[in-house]
Design a protein around this ligand. Structure first.
Ligand SMILES: C[S@@+](CC[C@H](N)C(=O)[O-])C[C@H]1O[C@@H](n2cnc3c(N)ncnc32)[C@H](O)[C@@H]1O
Length: 217
């Protein structure tokens, strides 16, 4: 009799301990979902306000912003390089994904005033710790960047796209992506990414024309 009571007690304690463990795991999961939703809402709020108050400059349209987020999040990218920060609009679309993948953005801007505005927008959106802004001419400053990177986004001087491609490809992981905006303005770039056997390119036209190039190996 005593033995069976003891066994029953042990079984009861084990059941209670394991249910409290799964309750705790459920609570942490729920807390993470709430935190991620709050972070997302905060970034979307700043993106919205930037558009309403005309704090963008030659920024990507919303269709391309969504594409940047989707490609980054779906590929689990953690290291993104952007050429052409402007006031931080496309950078914030990347940050929507990077806060899910726990990644980082390095972004280049030649204009000091726009870089300062971007810094303020990243702060307001709560993502300043994920972003490094490098001021100056990206053709020269790119030498400071080390690989491996998952995604590179080109959205600056169109005449420089082929040079950026040459400098960025060695830093990109196999399976990484080069995204280039307004590709209807850069036929030499389109030729470069569609004739190289190590690359596969598609062009997404819902927004401003985004070439999506996979580095195959
Ligand atoms: C089209 S805007 C970028 C828009 C931004 N990607 C967005 O969607 O919010 C181009 C930016 O590239 C910057 N830029 C142009 N040439 C550059 C260079 N050589 N190095 C760094 N930035 C450059 C410009 O000052 C400008 O702010």
């Amino acid at each position: 009799m005593k033995r069976s009571v003891l066994i029953l007690g042990v079984l009861l304690c084990t059941a209670l301990a394991s249910s409290s463990q799964s309750l705790r795991a459920g609570f942490y999961h729920w807390q993470r979902v709430v935190d991620e939703r709050q972070a997302e809402t905060k970034i979307l709020g700043v993106l919205d306000r930037m558009v309403q108050s005309h704090e963008t400059y030659l920024s990507v349209p919303v269709e391309d912003g969504k594409a940047l987020r989707l490609l980054t999040e779906a590929t689990g990218a953690r290291e993104v390089v952007e050429i052409g920060t402007s006031t931080g609009y496309s950078g914030l679309w990347f940050c929507l994904a990077l806060q899910r993948t726990n990644g980082r953005l390095t972004t280049f801007e030649i204009d000091h005033q726009r870089a300062s505005m971007a810094r303020q927008h990243f702060r307001e959106a709560g993502v300043e710790d994920r972003v490094t802004i490098i001021e100056g001419n990206a053709h020269e400053q790119l030498a400071k960047v080390k690989g491996p990177r998952d995604i590179a986004f080109l959205d600056a001087d169109k005449g420089g796209y082929v040079d950026y491609l040459k400098k960025l490809l060695p830093l990109l992981k196999p399976g990484g992506l080069v995204l280039a905006h307004n590709v209807d303005m850069v036929p030499d770039y389109v030729k470069a990414v569609t004739t190289d056997a190590q690359l596969e390119t598609i062009i997404y036209t819902a927004g401003g024309g985004l070439a999506v190039t996979l580095k195959k190996r």
